[in-house]
Design a protein around this ligand. Structure first.
Ligand SMILES: C[S@@+](CC[C@H](N)C(=O)[O-])C[C@H]1O[C@@H](n2cnc3c(N)ncnc32)[C@H](O)[C@@H]1O
Length: 342
């Protein structure tokens, strides 16, 4: 028999503690960590071929049963796994993003968020109270050792490679001969562009620390003779010449005045009739959403000197640098193309 106290409680309407979107915001901290741990320990990969209970996954991967169970329950609560009779199932729409062998895999990006960005978010409180101090240039800190370099370049690859095929398709590469990918990292966009246009060649122009990663990409994709690397500092060195000059997630690292200098350098490097390709997350015209752009804009405040912009702001920068015929070509994901003609 129920006690009077329990009976009263059962008769009352159960109110959620927070409205759902507030609940998701607050507990999102745990979900992000659960996603990162599941990626890093191969948990999603283990569940992709067939559903399995947490005990089986723990045994297979040599993980602690109780801890894995709790992580999987968080993922289940967040709708990122489904619970079936024979165990946990990865929903079909998430599979391309959690499969470590897939082009759209987000593991490197989430690891960067957890291991690097999250630790620095505490700095925002200081900025809020005292303003942002003048700091060192962002990439001096990022490339402080080989392991940090590797982690950052992997995050960039994971963030950019999946979306690059559709951006390459929007870049009029059939009429291009040579692409210069400024700050092209280990080559996520260059690889997609070279795949899309068989007669194209490409040069990644980036800091010297990035050279070995481009060499590995060249080898991995069999691009000897087509994918080159020019080490350099875009604040000091001339950009190589080409008829497509790409800036993927570059201008959002820098303040408007620096972007103006970089686009002026691109104007000098771009052959007549060529295009400059700015590939970025974009703010909606009202400067508020989408959420991913707004979140990364806060990240940019801590990690870089830059910010995210609307398409109109990029067009203004391009026009001021002497490019004409500017167009915005939106992709289906969160990185879009704003182009200008030389
Ligand atoms: C945010 S990442 C973008 C990588 C890639 N373009 C993409 O879309 O994923 C910025 C890139 O700019 C490069 N970079 C930063 N400062 C640079 C400089 N002064 N000269 C050349 N490259 C630089 C970094 O090494 C890094 O590869």
């Amino acid at each position: 028999m129920k006690s009077a106290h329990l009976a009263d409680a059962a008769d009352q309407e159960v109110e959620p503690v927070f409205p759902e979107r507030l609940e998701r915001a607050v507990y999102g901290l745990y979900v992000t960590h659960a996603v990162q741990l599941a990626c890093a320990h191969g948990v999603f990969d283990a569940l992709l071929p067939a559903p399995a209970p947490s005990t089986v996954v723990a045994e297979k991967l040599g993980l602690d049963r109780e801890t894995l169970h709790r992580i999987l329950v968080v993922l289940g609560g967040a709708g990122l796994l489904e619970s079936a009779v024979d165990g946990w199932v990865v929903p079909a729409d998430l599979r391309p993003f959690v499969d470590s062998g897939a082009e759209d895999y987000l593991g490197g990006f989430v690891t960067h968020l957890v291991e690097s960005t999250a630790g620095r978010m505490g700095e925002v409180a200081g900025f809020l109270e005292r303003g942002k101090p003048d700091g060192t240039r962002p990439f001096d800190a990022l490339y402080h050792d080989e392991a940090a370099t590797e982690r950052f370049l992997q995050a960039m690859w994971d963030l950019s490679h999946g979306v690059s095929a559709e951006l390459a398709a929007l870049s009029e590469l059939d009429t291009a001969t040579h692409l210069v990918d400024v700050g092209g990292a280990s080559g996520p966009f260059a690889v997609a562009a070279l795949r899309a246009a068989p007669s194209l060649t490409a040069t990644v122009f980036d800091l010297p620390a990035v050279g070995p990663a481009v060499a590995r990409t060249r080898e991995r994709f069999g691009l000897a003779g087509r994918l080159g690397f020019t080490p350099g500092d875009f604040f000091r060195d001339r950009l190589p010449e080409g008829d497509r000059i790409a800036f993927g997630y570059i201008l959002s690292d820098w303040a408007d005045g620096t972007c103006a200098e970089l686009l002026a350098a691109a104007r000098r490097a771009c052959r007549p009739g060529g295009l400059v390709l700015i590939m970025e997350r974009l703010f909606d015209d009202d400067g508020v959403g989408p959420l991913a752009t707004a979140a990364m804009n806060l990240s940019m405040h801590v990690e870089t000197e830059g910010r995210h912009r609307s398409a109109a702001e990029y067009v203004e920068l391009l026009t001021a640098a002497g490019f004409h015929g500017c167009e915005v070509r939106r992709g289906t994901r969160d990185k879009h193309l704003v182009l200008g003609r030389a």
